[in-house]
Structure formats: C-alpha cells, structure tokens
Write a protein that binds this ligand. Structure first.
Ligand code: NAD
Ligand code: MG
Ligand code: MG
Length: 330
C-alpha cells in the first residue's frame, strides 16, 4: 500500500489564508498550530476557557484570544486542540452550537471521530492535520525553517473542497516542508495509538527502564547505568533519524554492531511481537479507547498512579541529579 506524499509545490496557501481560523486550546499542539499558522499569514484566534492559565501566554505571543464560543462563532475553520478526553463535552456544549453549514471542523488526532464520541453535522467538512511529533517540536522546527511531517485526512467532505483545506492547513503549520501524507481517520487513529504505546512512549520508556534496572540490580552505579541506557539513547536515535540505521551502524564499533545483531532479537522477541499484535487488536476493536475514557471519568486514577511511579523511580532521580551537572545547564 503506497502513500502519496505532498510537498510545498502541491499546496495552495490561499485556501487557508482565506479562512478565519479558531484554534481551541493552547497546550502542546495548540500553541504550535496557532503560532505557525499566524506566521504563515493566516487569520488566527485562540479559543480558551475564561480564567484559563494559557490566556495570558497566548496574548503575550501576540494572538487574539476569545472564549471558546466566541472563537467558534467567528471562525469558519475550528481546530479542536483540547485533550482528547475533554473534546466530546467541549464540542457538544461550546462548539457545535456555533458550527454553520460550510464550516470546517478540524482535529489533530482522529480519536473522537473514529470511535464515535463526536459526530459532526453533515453540512460541515471534517478534516485532520496530525503532526507526527510533539507540539513543542512542531513549533521549534517551524521557527528553524524545517517542519514536522503531517498526516492529512478527510472524514467528511460536504463542500467538495475538504481535501484542499486539509492540505493547505498542513502547509500553514509547516508540514509541507518535510512532507504531508494522505491517510484516513481510521489509519491515523490506530497507527498513532499503536506507535505511542508499543514503540515511542510505552516501548521506549520500558526498554530504557529495564536496561537501567538490570545494570543497577547487578551492582553497577546508577549514574553509569543512566549514561549508558538513557542519555546515549538520543545520540543513537539522532544518527538513525538523520542518516539511517546503516549509518548508525557505521558510526558505532564493530563490537557494538555484532552485539546489536546478537542481542536485539533476544530482547524484542516473538513474545514481544505477540504483545504488539495484542496491543494493536485492542486499539482496533475499541477496547483501548473505552478503557482510557473510563479512567478519565474516574479522575485519571490509574494514569495518575502510573505517573507517580515513574516520577519517583530511581532512574528519574538519577537523571535529575546528572542533568543539573551539565555545563550547559549550570
Ligand atoms: P494539551 O493537554 O497539551 O493541551 C490542552 C489545552 O487545552 C490546554 O493547554 C488548555 O489550553 C486547553 N483546555 C483544556 N481544557 C479546556 C476546556 N475545557 N476548554 C477550552 N480549552 C481547554 O493537549 P495536546 O497534547 O496538545 O492535545 C491536543 C490534541 O492534539 C489531541 O487531540 C491530541 O491527541 C493531539 N495531538 C497531540 C500531540 C502532542 O504533541 N501532544 C501530537 C499529535 C496530536
Ligand atoms: Mg497520539
Ligand atoms: Mg503520535
């Protein structure tokens, strides 16, 4: 299944520059979308709760800030960037009453539309611009002249022009500089949840932690284990990111490369792959979404317990201590 990748010459900036945009929420993605679109010459207002702590920050950055209702009413494109679990209520109470025929409703993740927690009216376009990176990197790379790649998707095309809007919106946040990939809401939702769970966040943190604990348990100093299994991770990943696995392998010693081929498949083995298939199945059949939403309704009880456990783990305390000693921190 090949995909089409779109670059700057494929996008029409006038489409997004011709719209009044409301960015709802000013968190990780919200600040990046609002500022990048503004710097791309678009007409942006930010929609926030009255008394929101982000209100002053958005105004200081030179953005117009309104209540969610006012921003949604004024705009003809509403991008919802509040946390996924809050979107159904914010949408129902503060956005839906202000959507008019011909408007565009936009998301950065397909969760609520794909799992049916939000069902937009038939006379609006429903699109997605999902940056494949954390919001602060979306902003940082834009200001540096590069950009994080985006997935662009259309769930509903009432106007017949939804795709042009999606592509142009992605251009505005900087995605066309490194590539915009056309996908569906189902693909984005499922691959994004899988990636963050199995590889990027879940897999990575657990791998680093397991390596650290193995060395510490065997009597090695935690500082040594931290530098080896945690700090050095970024350097290896940077080499892969910039020039490929083959270049990372070229840069490391033959000893390291031999060990990689021998040990890698022992750590990530058939049991790990079976676990990955189970994780994907739970995402595809909606079980993960239901479990997540149930914990949110329970005040994030399970999530907060897990957060507390990692925040107080020896690996974090070791890292905290070591990072304070870096010359660029001091
Ligand atoms: P976040 O938690 O960083 O920010 C949410 C913001 O929403 C808050 O800062 C606040 O300004 C606002 N907010 C909270 N409650 C609100 C309310 N009731 N009314 C109005 N505003 C409210 O969220 P995020 O991580 O940027 O996620 C936003 C969306 O982007 C989600 O759909 C997420 O899946 C998607 N996404 C996030 C990332 C990422 O890097 N974090 C990457 C890709 C996609
Ligand atoms: Mg995600
Ligand atoms: Mg992701």
């Amino acid at each position: 299944m090949a995909v089409t990748i779109y670059y700057e010459q494929d996008c029409d900036p006038s489409v997004i520059r011709g719209k009044k945009i409301a960015v709802i929420g000013y968190g990780s993605q919200g600040h990046a979308h609002a500022l990048n679109l503004r710097d791309s010459g678009c007409d942006v207002r930010v929609g926030l709760r009255e008394g929101s702590s982000s209100w002053a920050a958005a105004e200081e950055a030179g953005l117009a800030v309104k209540t969610v209702e006012e921003a949604a009413e004024e705009a003809d494109l509403v991008m919802i960037l509040v946390p996924d679990e809050l979107q159904p209520q914010v949408y129902e109470e503060q956005i839906a009453p202000h959507l008019h025929a011909g408007d565009t409703l936009a998301f950065a993740h397909g969760f609520n539309v794909h799992y049916g927690y939000i069902t937009p009216p038939e006379d609006v376009d429903v699109i997605m611009c999902a940056p494949k990176g954390p919001g602060h990197i979306v902003r940082r790379q834009f200001t540096e002249g590069s950009g994080v790649p985006d997935l662009a998707c259309v769930a509903q095309d009432a106007s017949g022009r939804a795709w042009d809007t999606a592509l142009s919106y992605c251009w505005g946040v900087g995605g066309a500089r490194s590539g915009i990939i056309k996908a569906t809401f189902a693909q984005e939702t499922e691959e994004d949840l899988f990636g963050e769970q199995a590889v990027l966040c879940g897999g990575l943190v657990e791998l680093v932690k397991a390596g650290f604990e193995t060395l510490v348990e065997a009597g090695y100093p935690p500082e040594l284990a931290y530098f080896e299994c945690y700090h050095e991770m970024k350097m290896i990943v940077d080499l892969m990111y910039e020039s490929g696995i083959h270049f990372m392998n070229y840069s490391i010693s033959n000893t390291a490369e031999y060990g990689e081929y021998y040990a890698g498949p022992k750590v990530i083995n058939e049991q790990s792959r079976e676990a990955m298939r189970e994780i994907l199945a739970r995402i595809q059949d909606g079980s993960f979404a239901r479990a997540f939403m149930a914990d949110c309704a329970d005040g994030h009880k399970w999530l907060l317990e897990q957060r507390e456990a990692i925040n107080t783990h020896e690996i974090e305390q070791t890292g905290e201590r070591i990072r304070q000693m870096f010359s660029w921190t001091r």
